[in-house]
Design a protein around this ligand. Structure first.
Ligand code: NAI
Length: 251
């Protein structure tokens, strides 16, 4: 039997990158997957992903939904519960970065990053715990970042949002552990995706690689493997934790 046979999983921001790898990984292990994308330009990619997941023999559906919007998240989760029957796993993956030194960081840039990265986790978690409480089980996985643990120059808004996710994750683990709902965070290091493509070139890349004991950037699939572990019963006694998938990076 597959690790997630018959389970229903939500993944936010899954049209590309880490979210896409997670949606595919959970489906490969038997989960039915509902996932979101946010912009019209991602609709084609989302459709392709839906087809790829369906080809694995499970149910899949792409929803256009902005995770930073409370009402949209409420409608999305309600639609998924109706369409899929229940929600066992929620992966809050959607995220953005708008890096700037604090001297130049505008209030709009700050708000955008906090709303998409942190408020989205509140928006989604608040909705998915209802069906999970009813089912007396659930696993919520929030995508933090090594930057949320260590901080980084030029990334104060991103670091604040990702550190906020860790505090939120630990609090929800306390609140809902008695209901058999687990809540954990993953802190990826530098993973090769569109978000980090600018790091791959030239001297910057070399400097980053020197700080990574494993000597390479990570792959989206490696974060997906960590997500699979936290989504499945292999981690049934793990809650309120942050697992770093970072190649040992210490900045
Ligand atoms: P990406 O930029 O390739 O993908 C992010 C996805 O989120 C995109 O599909 C985007 O459309 C979606 N998204 C953005 N705003 C959204 C919204 N309001 N509602 C719904 N979806 C939205 O980035 P990547 O690298 O795949 O990152 C995924 C997550 O992992 C993010 O939370 C990111 O902060 C986190 N992360 C990534 C690292 C990396 O090195 N790539 C390192 C640490 C954390």
């Amino acid at each position: 039997m597959k690790l997630l046979e018959g389970k229903v999983a939500i993944v936010t921001g899954a049209a590309r990158g880490i979210g896409e790898a997670i949606a595919l990984k959970l489906a490969e292990h038997g989960a039915n997957v509902a996932f979101t994308y946010v912009s019209d330009s991602s609709a084609e990619k989302a459709n392709t992903l839906q087809q790829k997941i369906e080809a694995l023999g499970v149910k899949a559906k792409a929803y256009k939904s902005n995770a930073a919007d409370f009402a949209a998240s409420e409608a999305f989760v309600s639609d998924v519960a109706k369409e899929f029957g229940t929600i066992d796993v929620c992966v809050n993956n959607a995220g953005i970065s708008k890096d700037n030194l604090l001297l130049r960081l505008s209030p709009d840039q700050w708000d955008d990053v906090i709303n998409v990265n942190l408020k989205s986790v509140y928006n989604m978690t608040k909705q998915v715990i209802r069906p999970m409480m009813k089912a007396k089980k659930g696993s919520i996985i929030n995508m933090s970042s090594i930057i949320g643990i260590r901080g980084n120059a030029g990334q104060s808004s991103y670091a604040a949002s990702k550190a906020g996710i860790i505090g939120f994750t630990k609090s929800i683990a306390h609140e809902l552990g008695s209901r058999n709902i687990r809540c954990n965070a993953i802190a990826p290091g530098f993973i090769e995706t569109d978000m980090t493509h600018y790091l791959k070139d030239g001297d910057a890349s070399k400097a980053f690689l020197e700080k990574i004991p494993l000597g390479r950037f990570g792959k989206a699939e490696e974060v997906a493997d960590t997500t699979l572990f936290l989504a499945s019963d292999l981690s049934s006694y793990i809650t309120g934790q942050v697992i770093s998938a970072c190649g040992g990076l210490n900045i």
